[in-house]
Design a protein around this ligand. Structure first.
Ligand SMILES: CC(C)(COP(=O)(O)OP(=O)(O)OC[C@H]1O[C@@H](n2cnc3c(N)ncnc32)[C@H](O)[C@@H]1OP(=O)(O)O)[C@@H](O)C(=O)NCCC(=O)NCCS
Length: 185
């Protein structure tokens, strides 16, 4: 059985979601500012959706399809967001994340994403990790840059969200690049 990989950074703990996190997930992710720039978070956020989402995590972990971490602050255990790694073929994976609006701009997402990159390359033995953001969401692109990802291209009108086409910016990092950055730090 796969044990859930709890990760720690200076300020954060990345742990499994528990069913009793659902009301906080619904409250934070229920803000349109969160749903707006993600591909899948519904708005309005329906009752029961957080519980349904949390209930998928155990199987994803067991099947080695992916891991969904709750991002909590170490100082007060406050749940502030979520970060996910989706394992794909050929030793590659996609990451995605959101941070509750009251906690934006404090470096929390970059800190969590850096730790997830380390986990992906050093523990899971991945060769490539990539991520997408809507072109109108530069804060997410900045997170990708800060963790050492390179912009690889733009998929024009690749998605339709809220009735409008979205350009997707693709970022990625290879294991060799990750090792190089982290051996010089
Ligand atoms: C994107 C998101 C996860 C960032 O979380 P965060 O914890 O605020 O991120 P960080 O503080 O680690 O880094 C944000 C960076 O973006 C920068 N930034 C913020 N708004 C920006 C803007 N409009 N243009 C350019 N950069 C911006 C910040 O200054 C910071 O960079 P810096 O440290 O160099 O100053 C958060 O805004 C969010 O959850 N948004 C809604 C959901 C979402 O879009 N998820 C990602 C889908 S791809």
């Amino acid at each position: 059985m796969n044990e859930f990989p709890v990760l720690q950074t200076k300020r954060l703990i990345l742990r499994a979601f528990k069913m009793n996190d659902a009301p906080v997930v619904q409250f934070l992710a229920g803000d349109f500012a969160i749903a707006d720039t993600t591909s899948t978070i519904p708005h309005p956020y329906p009752n029961g959706a957080a519980e349904d989402w949390i209930s998928t995590h155990e199987t994803d972990l067991l099947m080695d399809r992916g891991i969904d971490w709750a991002i909590a602050r170490r100082q007060d255990s406050c749940l502030i967001g979520a970060i996910t790694i989706r394992i794909k073929e050929n030793e590659k994976a996609e990451i995605g994340y959101w941070i509750g609006k009251p906690y934006w701009g404090q470096g929390y997402c970059s800190e969590a994403a850096q730790e997830v990159l380390e986990y992906g390359f050093l523990v899971k033995g991945l060769n490539r990790i990539y991520a997408f953001h809507f072109s109108r969401n530069p804060a997410s692109g900045r997170v990708m840059q800060k963790i050492g990802m390179n912009q690889e291209g733009i998929l024009r009108h690749h998605e339709k969200r809220w009735g409008k086409y979205e350009d997707l910016v693709v970022y990625g990092i290879l294991r060799t690049e990750f090792n190089q950055i982290n051996s010089t730090n």
